[in-house]
Design a protein around this ligand. Structure first.
Ligand SMILES: [Zn+2]
Length: 446
């Protein structure tokens, strides 16, 4: 689950739920998912030796290899067109080292500017064409909101920031210094942020810097159980979760590893356990696709690449699973579904779980915007009934995105019950008896 920057505005979605009569499909009296698999997989993914599974770091490669081996063990097939379970795609990291920045003849001290560039060798002055766009940010302006688009420069820009904004400026400087992966190759443009009032014109400046752009290969892990009904096999049902997490964080009591046991080793474990479960069932009419996404936490790049490689019209449902390791606010044997009213996916699952001890509920935290904070949103924008199933009490979850998100805090028995309920309640969709309504793409935009 991603944290949205504070400047993302929450837009209430004024959709009207239209619940038609639901055909209830009797749940098969089959055994549930393997509790042993659940425990083994979640412990492996959340172990310290995975180092928090940060995108582009050795820990996430280790996790990817582990997941591919699980798909192999279970007997899944690669996605058509791929030779194995790896769906690779590039991400980019740009690091800019400024040699110097001078304004109207005087050099700026390094704590007074931030330089973001996609130009390997930058030698930039006021004489260069096209002229740099310059503007100022006042003491009361929303600095983060204003400069957000400039962090991925698409033109040459110089921004003068009022010194009253120093605290926020320092946060931005820290973020830029830490670097990070982006989905697109940086364009050959530069943003210069200066913590100072705009000088009296005419502006003269000189900026020299070198930027190193590194390409990093990321991998979704994708496995397929082909549909057994000739007419239905072209229709796909997705089961997904993201296996990446935050990596290392500032140490707390000597622990710096953000293990991400709940976020989202738990959901990734569900994908593996469900693959094993459905393989044993051996009766899926529709094709089942199991995906462990890369790079969710840093912007959802894995889901974006995955969705660019498929025909969304053939995807009849997406079960995205995020943070199911702890009990939901509704108690044990419950889970909630984000974007509940955007399709009838949730009410189908609710109806299918009737008569069992398990209940699916609508997302109780609409103000948290969870529908948009995970990989389902990418597919939903393409019209797929794509929802996230979760149990996390996110408004009060102190372990969320901390070094304390460890296996010891999970309720593995409840987690196994959640995964089993997903597997059983998906029966009607997998058999082709139920097809959730599509999400109107305009309601899937934020
Ligand atoms: Zn997260």
């Amino acid at each position: 689950m991603r944290t949205f920057p504070p400047f993302v505005l929450f837009l209430a979605l004024l959709t009207t739920p239209l619940f038609a009569q639901k055909k209830t499909v009797a749940l098969p009296a089959t055994p549930g998912v393997s509790a042993a698999t659940v425990e083994r997989v979640v412990r492996a993914l959340a172990a310290d030796d995975m180092e928090g599974r940060a995108s582009g770091k050795p820990g996430s490669t280790k996790a990817a290899n582990f997941l591919a081996a699980e798909f192999q063990r279970i007997g899944l097939e690669p996605l058509p067109g791929l030779s194995d379970f790896n769906q690779s795609f590039p991400a980019y990291e740009a690091r800019t080292a400024a040699a110097f920045v001078s304004l109207n003849g005087s050099n700026l001290s390094p704590d007074k500017f931030v330089l973001i560039s996609g130009q390997p060798h930058l030698n930039w002055t006021e004489a260069d064409e096209p002229a740099a766009r310059t503007f100022t940010i006042g003491p009361k302006d929303n600095l983060l909101k204003e400069i957000r688009p400039l962090l991925d420069p698409r033109e040459n820009t110089i921004v003068f920031i009022d010194p009253a904004q120093e605290a926020t400026f320092k946060r931005v400087a820290g973020l830029v210094k830490r670097g990070g992966l982006r989905a697109e190759k940086p364009a050959p443009f530069t943003t210069l942020l200066v913590l100072a009032p705009a000088p009296v014109p005419p502006l003269r400046f000189q900026v020299a810097a070198t930027t190193t752009i590194r390409t990093v290969e990321l991998r979704n892990i994708v496995g397929v159980l082909p549909g057994q009904d000739a007419d239905r096999a072209k229709e796909q049902v997705l089961f997904s979760a993201h296996y990446d997490h935050l990596g290392l964080l500032p140490a707390v009591a000597g622990d710096s590893i953000a293990n991400g046991a709940d976020d989202d080793a738990s959901g990734t474990t569900a994908v593996v356990a469900l693959a094993e479960y459905f393989k044993k069932q051996n009766n899926n009419a529709r094709t089942l696709v199991f995906v462990a996404f890369a790079a969710e936490e840093i912007g959802g790049y894995g889901a974006r690449y995955f969705s660019s490689q498929l025909d969304a019209r053939q995807v009849v449902a997406m079960f995205n699973i995020e943070m199911i390791g702890k009990q939901a606010k509704f108690g044990p044997n419950t889970a909630f579904i984000t974007g509940f009213d955007k399709s009838d996916f949730g009410s189908l699952l609710q109806a299918n779980a009737k008569g069992t001890v398990f209940h699916f509920e609508a997302d109780p935290y609409p103000e948290q915007n969870l529908f948009y904070r995970s990989d389902n949103a990418t597919l939903a924008r393409l019209g797929v009934p794509a929802h996230t199933i979760s149990t996390d009490q996110i408004p009060t979850d102190k372990r969320y995105h901390s070094v304390d998100d460890e296996v010891e805090s999970l309720d593995l028995a409840n987690m196994t019950a959640v995964i089993t309920a997903i597997g059983r309640s998906a029966a009607g969709i997998i058999s082709g008896q139920q097809t959730p309504t599509r999400i109107a793409p305009e309601t899937a935009r934020q």
